[in-house]
Design a protein around this ligand. Sequence first.
Ligand SMILES: [Zn+2]
Length: 94
Amino acid sequence: MTQQDEVPQGAAARERFCIHYRTQPPGAYYGGTEYVAALQRLKADAAMRAAGNVEAFFWKDAPRVKVWLCHPCAATLALRNESTSGSRRNYEKT
Ligand SMILES: [Zn+2]
């Protein structure tokens, strides 16, 4: 008898949303890993506040979790949506 940690067909269950989601603000999905890394960049109390706006998940699941954040929440975490990133990059080289 082996116990498996794996959740079958859990794609939908692997999504987390910020508390503003139900008011349908503009937002985007971010990788769980990115989200956790962003939290860790914040100061403890800021991280607590930011995390409090998002449904919790185990950090060990982060690679499999997608986190939907509205733009203000993403901004708080200094996360940027890769898919909408435009041409503005720091290519200030001569
Ligand atoms: Zn939000």
